[in-house]
Design a protein around this ligand. Structure first.
Ligand code: PMP
Ligand code: GLU
Length: 392
């Protein structure tokens, strides 16, 4: 039987594929160090796990919830916006769902008609383009440059704009580059979007994982007009070490949020109830473990960045947030005789036993991605192996 074209035409998530390959090699006995999946290596803080356990034991998690999430969860999310964004959102402007990833997809399904265009600054997180295509839209890639710290500019956006442009995707801090847009940059981009009536999809999932004094400004806080034009996507996976619970949320215009909740009501029905109780505790309970994890990522970044800089042929900009390093390995590829970054990544895996993610999946054919959400000792050993590999 032939599968549907939408599946035949899409790629498997390259981050998940790289993670699975590293896992399989490890299971076969190979000593692989995996810096693939962007996933905190910490278990979910205990207070959150206990709240989930209590919800299971007293039976609260046994039932469906409203499609967009429990009222108590929406209240907790509203408080999160008040605290970290400084504005209030009403419950009907909030939807919770099965991970930020599924909410992004739900958003595209809600707003895109066939051939509507979504501008995606490149390098981009692996899932955006395929999700847009699944929703029958057209991804329009705008190449950013390392000289501009991988940040898109208004002239670049203007050059990409057509009568079909419906959405601009903005991911700050960025996966994979770790770059953060400044308030001035956001103001210029936001005003451009407002002027041309282009929706801003702000993927703020790494907003609380920023380092060395860097500040994250959400684009939706720049002005009332820009806020009205923006849908914020966020989630608990990264900040709260909760990838397995699949908690994401979105906030913005009532119409779009209602559309997203409608899709949820016809697909997953609701975010798993036990995860909602865990999320309420995460958002409203003690926050000290969050800062401890953030500091630990910061320490890893500050340790590993200067070491990676010394690997022959690896050139990189110091990230400000998220938990990835994204070196340009053009020179490293040339030194080892590779012209294709995926082949280079495979050679690193085979010969150095370090699993990285090829930049190809991020629209960056000269880069590789390393996640530093791993033990310091693992990171140090991985970079040592990379250096040995490059010096051979
Ligand atoms: N956006 C970005 C930029 C990401 O890196 C991720 C990775 N998990 C997600 C969204 C999705 O996160 P989740 O589905 O775990 O909430
Ligand atoms: N977002 C993480 C990453 O980029 C987790 C995997 C995924 O969702 O793609 O590695």
């Amino acid at each position: 039987m032939e599968l549907a074209r939408r599946v035949l035409n899409m790629e498997e998530s390259i981050t998940f594929a790289a993670g699975a390959k590293a896992q399989a090699l490890k299971a076969s006995g190979r000593d692989i160090l995996s810096l693939t999946l962007g996933e905190p290596d910490f278990v979910t803080p205990e207070n959150i796990r206990q709240a989930a356990q209590a919800a299971i034991l007293d039976g609260r998690s046994s039932f469906y919830t409203p499609a967009g999430g429990l009222p108590e969860l929406k209240q907790a999310i509203a408080r999160y916006f008040e605290t970290f964004y400084g504005y209030s959102v009403k419950p009907n402007q909030i939807v919770a769902g099965t991970g930020a990833k599924f909410l992004l997809y739900t958003f595209f399904m809600t707003v895109l008609n066939e051939a509507d265009e979504v501008i995606i600054p490149t390098p981009y997180w692996v899932s955006y383009a395929d999700q847009v295509k699944l929703a029958a839209g057209e991804p329009v890639f705008v190449q950013t440059s390392e000289e501009e710290a991988f940040k898109v500019t208004v002239p670049q956006l203007e050059a990409a704009r057509t009568s079909k442009t419906k959405v601009l995707l903005l991911n700050s801090p960025s996966n994979p580059t770790g770059m953060i847009y400044t308030p001035n940059e956001l103001e210029a981009i936001g005003n451009w979007a407002v002027e041309h009536d282009i929706l801003i999809l702000a993927d703020d999932i790494y907003g609380r994982l920023v380092y060395n004094g860097s500040q994250f400004t959400p684009i939706s806080t720049i002005s009332e007009k820009i806020k009205d034009q923006t849908i914020v996507i966020n989630g608990l996976s990264k900040t709260y070490a909760m990838t397995g619970w699949r908690v994401g949320f979105a906030a913005g215009s009532e119409d779009i949020i209602a559309g997203m909740a409608k899709i949820i009501s016809q697909t997953t029905s609701n975010l798993t109830a036990v995860s909602q109780y865990a999320a309420i505790e995460a958002l409203t309970g003690p926050q000290d473990s969050i800062e401890i994890m953030r500091q630990s990522f910061e320490k890893r970044l500050n340790t590993i960045y200067p070491l990676l800089e010394q690997v022959p042929g690896f050139e990189l900009i110091k990230p400000q947030g998220a938990f990835y390093l994204f070196p340009n390995v053009k020179k490293a590829m040339a030194l080892k005789g590779y012209s294709d970054v995926t082949n280079f990544t495979n050679a690193v895996l085979e010969e150095a036993e370090v699993a990285l993610v090829t930049g190809a999946g991020f629209g960056a054919p000269e880069n590789v991605r390393l996640s530093y959400a791993a033990e310091l000792s693992t990171l140090e050993e991985a970079v040592r192996r990379l250096k040995v590999f490059m010096e051979k």
